[in-house]
Design a protein around this ligand. Sequence first.
Ligand SMILES: Nc1ncnc2c1ncn2[C@@H]1O[C@H](COP(=O)(O)OP(=O)(O)O)[C@@H](O)[C@H]1O
Ligand SMILES: [Mg+2]
Length: 357
Amino acid sequence: MRIIAVINQKGGCGKTTVAVNLAAALGELEKKVLLVDMDPQSHASLSLDITGRVVDHTTYDLLRDPRVMVEDATCRYDDHLDVIPSSPVLGAVEQELAGKDARETRLASKLVRIEDRYDYVIIDSPPNVGLLTFNALMAAGEVVIPVDPSYFSLQGVGNLLETVELLENETKHRVTVSILVNNIEKRTNFSRDIVQELERLYGAELMEVTISHSVKYKVAALRGVPIFGIPRSDRLRWEFLTLARELEDRSSLIETADMGEWMEKLHGPRVASGRAIFSLDVPAAGSVYLTGEFNNWSRDGIRMEKDDDDGLWKIAVDLDPGEYEYRYIVDGVWIKDPRNVDSVLNEFGQENSLLIV
Ligand SMILES: Nc1ncnc2c1ncn2[C@@H]1O[C@H](COP(=O)(O)OP(=O)(O)O)[C@@H](O)[C@H]1O
Ligand SMILES: [Mg+2]
């Protein structure tokens, strides 16, 4: 499963247009695709006319509620494309999660659980680099940055690449970057100059295909269909199919198979096929035990082993589906999981970490 985040802090450069039509193009190539709308403005959902349908949960619930899983928030668009719609309340998430642990990996922790149900997950993101965009970046193995041909856009790309690099250095989570020129009037000299400049600055990252300017994209969004639902748009369809194929040929730095590994480091515990892998980063500790509802809060706990490769204390536990409160016992001291944002208050007024399998 490849996860591609479409990001750019600049509004109106074509993130939503690219996310929606790329998702549809991959569907045309018989791929199974999930489109995740991470913008409170919900333009991607609106572009596919999703909001009119009955939707139980949105990306807001997915990020906020530990019990809401990807499948609870997914709407079927057609045989190839599923969508997780957004809602205006998503804008409140940044404040609601302020100061909480692991808030940047909330989306990743949900996507890592669906393993290989999709070939591609495409994430549309809002026009700023806040918590929502960070969640998209942390979940993604690759990013596509749409750039509209203007002088200010060139500057913006530089800033955005710096931000991505900063995040990579901080989290050790790497992404493959592709820059896509969108909304270009191919015949004008100005457009050619801008593309040349982008080539000079970001030759390796720049995608070969460019997306033309066409009013049909607005028409499609208004009708609630991708460009593939608009008559006489062969050239535009061809461009998006070419984009999809070009991305297919570009390899991703990470796929979900590897995602679990870095997730372990950032957001414990990891759940995969009925097993929970607990890990704790306390290299100096002499002993670490795990205790919780799965062992009736045994005072002894389950002994964890230190992994010599990465210095993390780990244990894998087989668990039936359900909710489990737990804590770690580090050198005799009971603590909550510092990397799990989900917790509940226990009868002593302390926080127990919460794991949902
Ligand atoms: N290639 C294009 N040709 C014509 N209009 C476009 C193109 N790409 C985007 N637009 C239009 O520009 C506006 C902003 O695009 P959008 O995809 O919503 O950008 P963002 O999500 O980055 O804010 C929309 O009205 C959209 O229809
Ligand atoms: Mg948008």
